[in-house]
Ligand binder design. Structure first.
Ligand code: PLP
Length: 271
């Protein structure tokens, strides 16, 4: 009997199909990984933005988790939009029954179009309960600033990114992948994206460098990256290799993104 690597995504639904659970399942399918899903929240959304948000009741989040983990199981888990403190608490509490070492956490806070996908008073629950059980945390620069309680714009050089990754590592996650897409770097005359991977145990830092792609069609990039990391971990790759392979996947997905889908920020391409 052949075994297929499995990933559980715990995230929100994007009706437009570009981000959230839909992006996660597309990513996992194209990596030949089986995806299961626990929905935290429904968004009525398209490429122009988020129109409305409807959270799933916490008891039903718990029921979905129990249904998947008691039968199908998983080799890695990723979280995306978690929406509220009670939802985060329910997830952490339920996962205690099914302890898991490979948890990738994308700290989804605000959509590119400006809608809040995590309410303000959920931040402390996120920090206190979720970060300590996280294997890889994948913030972008603005999310890192919120988590560190610093003002927006504080992180603006690669050195600042290294320093911020170290501070985030002290908050519990075993690895930090601080994404540099908001802060392109000039390297040998070329515009590059540098994602910083920090190992909290050893203090090692790896800069993962990719070409910068100047496009507005990046809807779903963060969801896609964290799903790809979870997929690569489920296949048995170590964290550095999983993050490197996942950034390459996202790079390809952005370079061929789908400007023809919708009138706004087109989704990244999984085809
Ligand atoms: N909608 C949902 C349900 C998401 O989970 C996310 C991101 O994680 C977004 C929207 C944001 O997508 P973007 O900011 O890439 O447009």
């Amino acid at each position: 009997m052949s075994t297929i690597p499995k990933v559980l995504t715990i995230a929100g639904s994007d009706s437009g199909g570009g981000a959230g659970i839909q992006a996660d399942i597309k990513t996992l399918t194209s990596l030949n990984v089986y995806g299961s899903s626990v929905l935290t929240s429904l968004t009525s959304q398209n490429t122009l933005g988020v129109d409305a948000i409807h959270d799933v009741p916490t008891e039903f989040v718990k029921k979905q988790l129990e249904a998947v983990l008691s039968d199908i199981g998983t080799d890695a888990i990723k979280t995306g939009m978690l929406s509220s403190g009670p939802i985060i608490h329910t997830i952490v509490d339920t996962l205690k029954k099914y302890p898991h070492e490979k948890l990738v956490v994308d700290p989804v806070m605000i959509s590119t179009s400006g809608s809040k996908l995590l309410v303000d008073d959920a931040l402390q629950t996120f920090i206190k309960e979720l970060l300590p059980i996280t294997l890889v945390l994948t913030p972008n620069v603005p999310e890192a600033e919120v988590l560190l309680g610093s003002s927006q714009g504080t992180i603006h050089t690669l050195d600042d990114m290294h320093e911020a990754a170290k501070k985030l590592g002290a908050m519990g996650p075993k690895y930090i992948l601080l994404k540099g897409g908001h802060l392109p770097q000039e390297i040998k005359g070329e515009k590059k994206v540098v994602d910083v991977l920090y190992d909290s145990k050893t203090g090692d830092v790896h800069d993962i460098v990719n070409d910068y792609c100047d496009t507005k069609d990046t809807h779903g990039t963060g969801c896609t990256l964290s799903a790809a990391i979870a997929g690569e971990l489920a296949m048995g790759h170590d964290v550095l290799s999983a993050c490197t392979r996942a950034t390459t996947y996202v790079q390809d997905a952005i370079h061929s993104s789908l400007a023809s889908i919708g009138k706004g920020a087109g989704p990244v391409n999984h085809f």
